[in-house]
Design a binder for this molecule. Structure first.
Ligand SMILES: [Zn+2]
Ligand SMILES: [Zn+2]
Ligand SMILES: [Zn+2]
Length: 236
């Protein structure tokens, strides 16, 4: 039997008929039947109920075909995308570093261990995809392997903003401002990549850092891009 072709009348996971009774995920066109939503294992990256075609990553995560299609598994490819992202953020927003920041591609338990060792507690509903951490002389961005390309770049831009904050705003403790600025950098990176739709989705998403992003966009409307950076450098 060949797999069911994706149509709007059939469940994107099992291919069964939907009969106008279906579920969708936020910001996604796929439709799913009630049984798949209730019983199927979910993609670790996007939360979609998994169909027959999915991938098991070595750290136990399951990934859907959609996420797998552009996933970044190879450390050399990841390194290239990391460098491109940093170059883009520097060109667009002028966020340069003096000391710089190392890059590591890691699996889920490693990322979790690094997060826990730094005493970082993410907000409820927040899935840690990347992390900036300074331990002694080591400043590094750790990224989860297997993320879809665009999510990888958005997360790198976000974490790079934290690396910049670490160098330029050593007194900045305000969590709203730190996370809002990092989201704001990620938002502009999406625009810079020409991904306007993905950027627009950040403005309406249910992400726990959404209010923080709104706050920095509002600040930017008042004082401009250079003003945002000046504000951060004197904030505490
Ligand atoms: Zn189904
Ligand atoms: Zn997925
Ligand atoms: Zn952050």
């Amino acid at each position: 039997m060949s797999p069911a072709r994706p149509t709007r009348d059939r469940c994107a996971s099992c291919g069964g008929p939907l009969n106008n009774n279906y579920y969708t995920l936020l910001d996604r066109p796929e439709r799913y039947c009630a049984r798949c939503i209730a019983t199927r294992p979910r993609c670790a990256t996007c939360g979609a109920p998994l169909g027959a075609a999915h991938w098991s990553l070595h750290d136990g995560r399951l990934q859907c075909a959609n996420c797998h299609a552009t996933a970044v598994y190879d450390p050399a490819v990841a390194r290239g995308l990391f460098d491109e992202t940093v170059t883009g953020v520097v060109a667009q927003l002028g966020l340069t570093l003096n000391v710089g920041v190392a890059f590591r591609l890691v699996d889920a338990p490693t990322l979790e261990g690094i997060r826990a060792s730094g005493g970082n507690v993410p907000p409820a509903g927040y899935n840690t995809l990347g992390l900036y951490q300074r331990q002694g002389y080591i400043r590094a961005i750790y990224m989860l392997y297997g993320l879809p390309r665009l999510g990888f770049r958005t997360t790198v831009a976000h974490e790079y903003a934290h690396a910049w904050q670490g160098e330029r705003c050593p007194l900045l403790r305000d969590e709203m401002l730190r996370e809002g600025h990092a989201e704001w950098v990620a938002y502009y990176h999406l625009r810079w990549l020409g991904c306007g739709k993905a950027a627009d989705r950040m403005l309406t998403s249910q992400h726990p850092y959404r209010p923080a992003l709104d706050q920095v966009l509002e600040l930017e409307r008042r004082v401009g891009v250079a003003g945002v950076h000046a504000y951060l450098m004197q904030a505490e």
